[in-house]
Design a protein around this ligand. Structure first.
Ligand code: APR
Length: 245
């Protein structure tokens, strides 16, 4: 397994729920994860929303309220990625599967939310996408078109197409380093990014995760430990490599 530092160039970083775990947000598939307590089919599919929109709203309202809790904050993993973007001499793109806003709160600006954002809602009638800090109810009228019952969380559910895929594919094709942080590698297309990077053969790939993920063997290098420790350490290694070059 190669632990060589790559030649400095563009970096793409895929993040998942594991990077936000130490900020106090639950992951999905760990023993105590969200899918151990909620039915994915009921709260994270278009069919579930059609059957019981109030249940789906209650699920996302609770998670949206967590983002507003005073002690919720980015952890050293998020902060290290913002530092990397600020100090790396080439483009750094964070592609997150997370719907929380901890990367932006840490200072990351070059960021794509491929599974949507908890702090936004979308109108299924007029397609308006609106900032939404509070609760959403079935009876809420769309502020853009005034229709009632047409707003939904701006979240990509199972069976729907992730956002920003063209931009993500272009960045993956051009990068010289691909990092995958805090994701179990169960959900496509994100789980397939490492295959794409490998097949192009241009980028070094590194997994940083608490434990080996589903696709760990596909990465050129794997580093296992809590994101709040392994991510800052890896970022410091990259930045130190710049001055050695
Ligand atoms: N530091 C690093 N990694 C961690 C930490 C931590 N402190 N805690 C947990 N992990 C790892 C777990 O070992 C696991 O491999 O994070 C990973 C989280 O995996 P999942 O719960 O499957 O989350 P994720 O991969 O982001 O899920 C992908 O699935 O349900 C959907 O749409 C949802 O975006 C989500 C997608």
């Amino acid at each position: 397994m190669s632990s060589e530092l790559p030649t400095p160039g563009p970096i793409v970083i895929l993040t998942g729920a594991g990077i936000s775990k130490e900020s106090g947000l639950d992951t999905f598939r760990d023993k105590d994860g969200i899918w151990a307590r909620h039915s994915l089919e009921e709260v994270a599919t278009p069919e579930g929303f059609a059957r019981d929109p109030a249940k789906v709203h209650a699920f996302y309202n609770a998670r949206r309220r967590q983002l507003a809790e005073p002690d919720l904050a980015p952890n050293p993993g998020h902060l290290a990625l913002a530092k990397l973007e600020a100090e790396w001499p080439h483009p750094v793109l964070v592609v997150t599967q997370n719907i929380d806003n901890l990367h932006e709160r840490a200072g990351t600006t070059h960021l794509l939310h491929m599974h949507g954002e908890l702090t936004k809602v979308r109108c299924t009638a007029c397609d308006a996408v609106l900032e939404w800090p509070g609760d959403l109810e079935v009876s809420t009228a769309c502020p853009a078109c005034a229709r009632v019952g047409t707003l939904r969380p701006h979240i990509v559910w199972f069976g729907e197409i992730p956002l920003h895929m063209e931009e993500i594919d272009a960045a993956l094709s051009a990068c010289s380093l691909f990092l995958s942080i805090g994701t179990s590698g169960n959900v496509y297309p994100a789980a397939g990014f490492v295959h794409m990077v490998r097949s192009l053969g241009r980028a070094h790939s590194v997994e940083l995760n608490l434990e080996p993920s589903q696709g760990a063997s596909l990465f050129a290098e794997t580093i296992h430990g809590p994101a709040s420790q392994v991510v800052p350490a890896y970022v410091e290694r990259l930045l130190a490599g710049l001055s050695d070059a």
